[in-house]
Design a protein around this ligand. Structure first.
Ligand code: FMN
Ligand code: ADP
Length: 311
């Protein structure tokens, strides 16, 4: 997949079949849209083009409302590429861009840069200043510019019973299996391994402390999870992860994200790991001491191994 950042150096894409959206998380509903964009482009010997925005439009328009994302831009682009899209265009979502009226957006953005043959969008897609533009406006303008418009109907998207908001809620409540069902893939968190207090190894459970690559990404509810750990696109090991403040050994409120890998030994410091959430095991607890914590970790290990074996 070719990726363009901004519209400065865009070539003209032959027979462009276009879709537009933020596609956070690239969930099952999004995948329906991309599948038809890719199929239509193939039928026309054309180019499937996805336009997306960065930063997330809601961050610019409602800067005070916290919004955690389901995917970093890098992850989003990887998922979009895997769906078979030819070209992704990442448009900087600026105040100037957000100020385009819906009709200007169609004429001086969509039509000017892409000359689309077909535009495929979800039934509820909105665009232009104040989100005033919708699929009806596109249909109304279609004859003038000579593009077709296709709607992915509500039914198809709702059958998948999916929305980014529902997935965010599931993760905030620790329901990673529900999130996985809606995403069509495990929820994942990537980050660099940093040094901790080096206590883990003394109790037989060394833990790699992860600093998320994208501070805007959603971290699931605190607690213990069965996970899979990947490095450089390769699966390394199953593991158990704790998201929490380690109340047994620490009195700070600083959240840590740490993972113990099963059947693994080696130095992971400074590596970029990717963690995939398979199941939630329990809430974090304050134990009376390290021995009690250690005994619980041994139990967690059994539970996690079983969950991973059945995943
Ligand atoms: C699977 C797992 C579960 C954990 N559960 C708890 C817990 O319930 N309560 C707690 O205080 N710490 C918990 N911890 C965190 C340990 O306290 C921590 O790993 C240990 O203090 C090592 O810290 P270090 O990486 O800074 O050396 C858990 C860690 C793991 C890997
Ligand atoms: N099975 C394993 N799971 C997690 N980390 C491991 C494992 N084996 C070795 N390590 C290494 O040990 C480090 C964690 O050890 P730990 O004593 O918990 O130190 P720290 O407090 O610095 O995280 C990891 O960052 C990694 O480099």
């Amino acid at each position: 997949m070719q990726v363009f950042y901004g519209t400065d150096k865009l070539p003209l894409f032959p027979h462009a079949v276009l879709t537009i959206g933020t596609f956070d998380g690239l969930h099952e509903g999004h995948r329906q849209i991309l599948a038809s964009v890719v199929a239509e482009a193939r039928d026309r010997n054309g180019t499937s083009v996805l336009i997306t925005f960065h930063p997330h439009p809601r961050k610019l328009i409602h800067p005070d409302e916290p919004l955690k994302l389901l995917s970093s831009l890098r992850e989003r682009l990887a998922l979009i590429a895997a769906a078979g899209v030819d070209v992704a265009v990442v448009v900087p979502f600026t105040h100037e861009f957000a100020a385009l009226s819906a009709t200007e957006y169609i004429e001086s953005f969509l039509q000017h840069f892409f000359l689309p043959e077909l535009i495929i969008i979800g039934y509820d897609h909105r665009f232009g200043h104040d989100r005033a533009g919708d699929i009806n406006l596109l249909r109304e303008r279609a004859p003038r510019y000579g593009f077709d418009v296709r709607e992915i109907p509500a039914q198809l998207i709702q059958d998948a019973a999916v929305s980014s908001t529902k997935i965010r809620k599931a993760l905030a409540e620790g329901r990673v299996a529900d999130a996985q069902r809606m995403l069509g893939d495990c929820y994942q968190l990537s980050g660099r391994v940093s040094r901790g207090a080096q206590l883990g190894r003394t109790i037989g459970y060394p833990t790699a402390n992860i600093i998320p690559e994208d501070p805007e990404k959603m971290v699931p509810l605190s607690g213990v999870y069965a996970v899979q750990v990947w490095y450089d696109e390769q699966y390394i090991a199953g593991g158990m992860m704790n998201i929490g403040i380690n109340p047994t050994v620490s009195s700070t409120q600083i959240q840590k994200i740490e993972v113990h890998l099963f059947d693994f030994s080696g130095d992971l410091y400074d590596r970029e790991l990717e963690v995939r959430f398979v199941a939630r095991i329990r809430s974090e607890q304050k134990f009376t001491g390290l021995d009690a914590l250690k005994a619980q970790l041994a139990q967690d290990e059994q539970t996690a191994r079983q969950l991973l074996a059945n995943a």
